[in-house]
Design a protein around this ligand. Structure first.
Ligand SMILES: [Zn+2]
Length: 171
């Protein structure tokens, strides 16, 4: 048995040392927050063009990443719900970003796309919470629907913190 990869509160701190996300959030509240991701993101980006960056991804690239992360996890949870496939592995967000061409996706398109992904994710995770879906992650071990809800909510929340940080530096 390999060592379980640290994830969630043990990795980021509780609250997250960077973005302040509190892992005590109820999974239902996490789902509700993610459902409104597009509105949260529009507030965070304000009048930015999307091209601004601080060394890492640009504002628009962060938005595209959140959309893809939510799509990825929606599919993994649906695999358990619709096909009984509960094994799940990680993916390389940078490789996915290169393959999808995040750099060529305009901010307004990324917001629209991530908004759709967030709403579908919220539908799926809401149902998975009711059903008590459980996944087995190859590196993180047992991932219950409530773990996925909190983890994915943190990812989205944390990247809005990244975007606000970029916005502050751009003023
Ligand atoms: Zn965080």
């Amino acid at each position: 048995m390999s060592r379980v990869e640290l994830w969630g509160a043990p990795l980021y701190g509780d609250p997250c040392r960077e973005c302040g996300f509190a892992w005590s959030i109820s999974p239902q509240d996490a789902v509700a927050w993610v459902r409104d991701f597009e509105q949260h993101a529009r507030v965070a980006v304000g009048s930015l063009t999307g091209d601004e960056r601080l060394g890492g991804w640009s504002v628009a690239e962060y938005v595209s990443h959140v959309g893809d992360n939510l799509r990825h996890w929606s599919e993994r949870v649906q695999a358990a719900r619709l096909s009984g496939r509960t094994q799940v592995a990680g993916y390389d967000p940078d490789a996915l970003g290169d393959a999808r061409g995040y750099a060529s996706i305009p901010l307004q398109v990324g917001l629209w796309s991530a908004g759709h992904a967030a709403q579908r994710w919220a539908d799926v995770l809401g149902a998975a919470l009711d059903e008590g879906v459980e996944l087995q992650h190859v590196a993180r071990g047992l991932q219950r629907a409530e773990d996925v809800a909190r983890n994915n909510c943190h990812d989205a929340y944390h990247h809005l913190w990244d975007i606000r940080r970029i916005a502050s530096a751009s003023e």
